[in-house]
Design a protein around this ligand. Structure first.
Ligand SMILES: *Cc1c(COP(=O)(O)O)cnc(C)c1O
Length: 382
């Protein structure tokens, strides 16, 4: 917490944890990490430099806009953008050396035309749908896409540098679909080569497939969740969570037994108790679904949040303790002090950890985000 005037709620991003996680994946893959920084780095903000200094050699995002935003902050490493509509700003992308995924003939044409206007070939990764029918080119259209991509290469419009796929069931390593999708991917790469393409960068694995090995053996691993301490298959405990959310008490009140709390009076106090009000709610990204289950950490102990979450506030039952205004409460963190973790919040919200951290991102100016840098020279800034 470097800020001199901490906001009422603060999301602290643990830069040292992100660096350690990145280095771990880098070691696991012999330095072949593409850091996936989509959705504002899964809600963690400007951490591109940290991951690039810790072993990541390239960056992956969804939209061209995200890629250009990273270029604008001075990221010089290769950046791949894999999800765009045909009217995206491919001209600027080519000018700024952004690699582009090509999932369809239509996108190949859009990108090719933009590159010819710029006067330099676009670096592209052909994107295959290996099995989840979401993004990427269907296996049915793959051969045509390869043929047309080769023609675009001959025109100087594109250069096919990579082929990518994304596994549907990687968080279940025993699932037979993993082997099937791997074969689909390998067969598609052979097709591309038969069409005289020479992709050097093949990539199939994300976090889960890298941790459990089902997507290993290719040139690059696209790692998102793992950088932030999230293991989608919950099988490892080597990763370090990278965020702490705290909030400050606005006020406290004592209530009598039988008092209902919040909209609908869903919670009714069984005994006389004290309630503390925190200025953070579902408008800031705390899932309303967690109402009635979630806890926070206040004055050394777990305490239940009671009543339905409001848009801007939640209520903590503090029992006999009377929290003072401004007293700091931890909503979630790495768990080392006993505070709830993002994993627990995901369970209380019946969702996955990814959603908890991304929705907190830049959602509300009421949540101030700071990055605790691990390097002392940067720690002096405030
Ligand atoms: C989000 C995403 C990733 C990163 O996945 P994680 O499980 O977070 O590592 C990789 N590839 C694609 C295509 C994605 O959309």
């Amino acid at each position: 917490m470097l800020s001199m005037h901490p906001s009422a709620s603060e999301l602290v991003v643990h830069d040292d944890a992100i660096r350690e996680n990145t280095a771990r994946f880098s070691a696991m893959t012999e330095g072949r990490i593409m850091a996936v920084l989509k959705a504002d780095a899964f809600g963690h903000g400007e951490i591109a430099r940290s991951v690039l200094e810790s072993g990541a050699t390239s960056v992956g995002v969804t939209s061209v806009d995200e890629a250009l935003a990273l270029r604008a902050t001075g990221v010089g490493a290769p950046i791949l953008s894999w999800l765009n509509t045909p009217d995206a700003d491919f001209e600027t992308a080519v000018r700024e050396n952004v690699d582009l995924a090509v999932p369809s003939v239509e996108l190949l044409w859009s990108i090719g035309r933009a590159a010819l206007r710029v006067g330099r070939p676009a670096r592209v990764h052909l994107h295959l749908d290996v099995g989840m029918a979401r993004d990427g080119c269907s296996t049915r259209d793959w051969s045509t896409l390869c043929t047309l991509a080769r023609e675009h290469e001959a025109l100087g419009a594109v250069r096919v540098v990579g082929v990518m796929g994304h596994l549907s069931c990687a968080d279940e390593p025993e699932h037979p679909q993993n082997a099937r999708e791997r074969l689909v991917f390998e067969s598609a790469v052979r097709t591309a080569r038969r069409r005289a393409l020479a992709p050097r960068i093949l990539h199939l694995a994300a976090t889960a497939a890298t941790l459990n090995g089902v997507g290993s053996g290719f040139d690059v691993h696209r790692i998102g969740a793992g950088l932030f301490g999230i293991d989608p298959s919950s099988r490892t405990d080597v990763l370090r969570p990278a965020v702490t959310l705290t909030s400050s008490v606005v006020s406290s009140r004592e209530v009598a037994a039988g008092t209902g709390v919040g909209y609908g009076l869903d919670f009714v106090a069984q005994n006389r108790t004290n309630l503390a009000l925190l200025p953070v709610g579902y408008g800031d990204g705390l899932p309303r679904e967690a109402s009635g289950r979630a806890e926070v950490f206040a004055r050394g102990r777990r305490r239940p949040l009671v009543g339905r979450f409001s848009m801007d506030m939640v209520v903590v039952d503090t029992g006999d303790d009377v929290l003072r205004p401004n007293e700091r409460v931890t909503v979630f963190g790495p768990g080392a002090q006993g505070e709830p973790t993002v994993t627990e919040w995901a369970e209380w919200s019946r969702t996955i950890e990814h959603e908890i951290v991304t929705r907190l991102g830049n959602r509300s100016p009421r949540i101030h985000r700071t990055i605790e840098t691990s390097s002392p020279s940067q720690g002096d800034r405030s």
